[in-house]
Design a protein. Sequence first.
Length: 539
Amino acid sequence: MRKIYVFGHRRPDTDAVCGAISLSYLKNKIGLNTEPRILSEINAETEYVLKKFKISVPKYLNDTKTQLKDINYHRDYFVNENDSIFSVYNFIQTNELTGIPLVNDNNHFTGYVSLREITKELTSNNHCKLNTTLKNIIVTLNAKESYNFENNVIGNPVLVSVPFRLFIKTTDINETSVVILTNTEYILDYAIEKKVKLIIITDGKKLNKEQINLIKKHNINVIITPYDVFKVSRILALSNPTKTIKRISETICFEPLDYLSDFLETSNKLKHTNYPIVNGRGVCEGLLRVTDTNNFIKKQVILVDHNDPAQSVDGLNEAEIIEIVDHHNIGNINTTNPINFRNMLVGSVNTIIYNMFLEQKVSIPTNIASIMLSGILSDTLLLASPTTTDEDRKVVEALAKITKLNIKEYGLELLKSGVSIEGLSINEVINKDFKNYMIGEIKIGVAQVFTTSFKEYQEKLSEYVNELNQISNNANYRVVCLLITDIINNSSHVIFNDSAKKYLEDAFNINDIYQGYLLGEVVSRKQQIVPLIMQVFEK
């Protein structure tokens, strides 16, 4: 069963991470094969939650781009470098290939041989030397009968084409000779006497009992082939190992984890048709033809707590979105097929997921209920955010019964766990929870952090402004601001890039907004900040 990745947005908060874990748990319970993932490092609050309830941090998902392993390429299409030229040629012809990877006995890639190189060997091979195995010769000559005493054959072919007496006068044979003969009378005895490496008898000539006993007595390799002398002399050298063919020294290989886009770019430059697929351990996994790239399997994903590609994983456009569960505004999302899209006006995605558990009649374990409760309390600021709904409150009560947690005590403990910025750079603080939004061609960015005191931010106010200005200039943001939300007083201070001043004044109807301005009773980025800024640009 194919694996489905379940993940939240690019800057994962507690609601997104816990939602991905809990939804993945639910999906697996109803028969799917899913795995929760994260798109970047989790924050301190989320780390606190997962550690408290003994749940592993999901693995990191770099992207969902199509990789070569997703393509239906020719797996296990390779041959042993010691296989005969003859058998490799037949394999290539039978499978309508233009070449094939070569491997050793451990399937490690050793090279690549093309049909053109084999054809050249067929027309201009060296008939003077054999360095192969008896098995290869038997296959090449289609021998039905043989007497084998030594598998390795290193020697020089000698064709008996003259009468016996003339042959022994004009031709020297020894332990390295491979004698090809049709008439076994006298010649066979002479070849055995000389202890030749191999005797090849053509035209399917049968041996008598006395000859067979003599062969066995002296341990002489003998092959009986149905082919005539001419054919044997013409194809015998093709029993040599394929590795002996003179080949192009450099072969371009790809790994299964390489991206399809990179492969196509390289292939368009090289104009080759076949490429070996070799993994990181050097093991050959098969052959990829350019024509195979039209047949691939997209990675399947479920989006949690977001539906905007700008906030999602790299390569989302190459994946198959099969479901979205979210509580934000609907962004610029497209799918090729109809999907399940659950979008509700609630304060937390875990509120939606709780209802999905009820619909599927799946019981919620204590640890899963605990992280779901954490996600709701985090995203609604202990149910104090204006995004909080009656549905959120109802679900919190239900989850509290399962977990036996005191909502107020645990909620305050939860929020305090994520406010520390000790050891973080200015840039790292801004990027703890940073989200992009697009209004047509206009890009805005809003970061949010939580605190119990604005003082530590106020002391470095100019540094934050400089960093926001730099982010704005480097990434072409019209507005980029940092919302510093006081979880005790339910209010937020705002710091912004210099060029955003006029837009924020229009958005909040303020005559002269300044750095660190206190926005009373403003705690929700989604409901109280972003919509107002969007309205300014939409006008």
